[in-house]
Ligand binder design. Structure first.
Ligand code: BG6
Ligand code: MG
Length: 219
């Protein structure tokens, strides 16, 4: 039986995926590198430095950057991002999330956050939902990025839950791969073509329904 639901943050709990996109787009524009929403799908769930490297790989004429330059670019992106998330309020929870999380907790199940973002606590604090999650995985303590299952397995272990008794919720292809590699049931939010391995794909968070999901999970 179901024990816990583990959430990605950016693009699932709130629309920070859009802020990450805007911040990277500004960096790409400065560098004269083409950057589309379609390409941005590849950056979802990917760490800050790996995202930067993917972005730089799109340059028409490849340029090599020193480690220091790479860190400066990553820091600039983060400053833009931190500025954007400064406007977040509890009204920025995505549709249906507050009720979905409340239903999970009312059923006595555990909730966790498995986000690759070093800004996760800042975002959850601004949203006013820190107390609705039993565990927020500290990404700085992990060795492997999504699609490695480490972050979801760590969340399950910290919650005292069996991975097979967990549902993971993600908006990134790399995140869905991580959930499946952890042996969990994967709920993807977005367009079905991005998530060939998800157990369920929902077009948006407002379609999250705990009662229905639990029935599907239990088969
Ligand atoms: C993930 C986002 O949650 O966190 C990525 O989907 C982002 O877009 C990553 O790059 C790292 O976030 P941060 O805030 O540490 O730069
Ligand atoms: Mg995400």
């Amino acid at each position: 039986t179901l024990q816990a639901v583990i959430f990605d943050l950016d693009g699932v709990i709130t629309d920070t995926a859009e802020y990450h996109y805007q911040a990277w787009k500004a960096i790409a524009a400065e560098l004269g590198i083409p950057f589309t929403r379609e390409f941005n799908e590849n950056l979802k769930g990917v760490s800050r430095m790996d995202s930067l490297k993917l972005l730089l790989s799109q340059a028409e004429t490849p340029v090599s950057y020193s480690d220091e330059e790479l860190h400066q670019l990553a820091d600039r992106k983060n400053k833009l991002y931190v500025e954007l998330i400064g406007t977040i309020t509890p009204a920025d929870l995505l549709p249906g999330i507050a009720e979905f999380v409340a239903d999970i907790r009312a059923a006595g199940l555990a909730t966790g956050i498995a986000s690759a973002s070093k800004n996760a606590v800042a975002v959850l604090t601004r949203l006013g939902v820190m107390d609705r999650f039993d565990v927020i995985v500290d990404v700085t303590k992990l060795k492997n990025n999504k699609p490695d299952p480490e972050i979801f397995l760590t969340a399950a272990a910290q919650l005292g839950a069996d991975p097979a008794a967990c549902i993971g919720v993600e908006d990134a292809a790399s995140g869905v791969e991580a959930i499946k590699a952890a042996g969990m049931f994967a709920v993807a939010i977005g367009q079905a073509e991005h998530f060939p391995h998800a157990d369920i794909v929902l077009p948006g968070t407002s379609q999250l329904n705990f009662r229905e999901l639990k029935l599907t999970f239990e088969g």
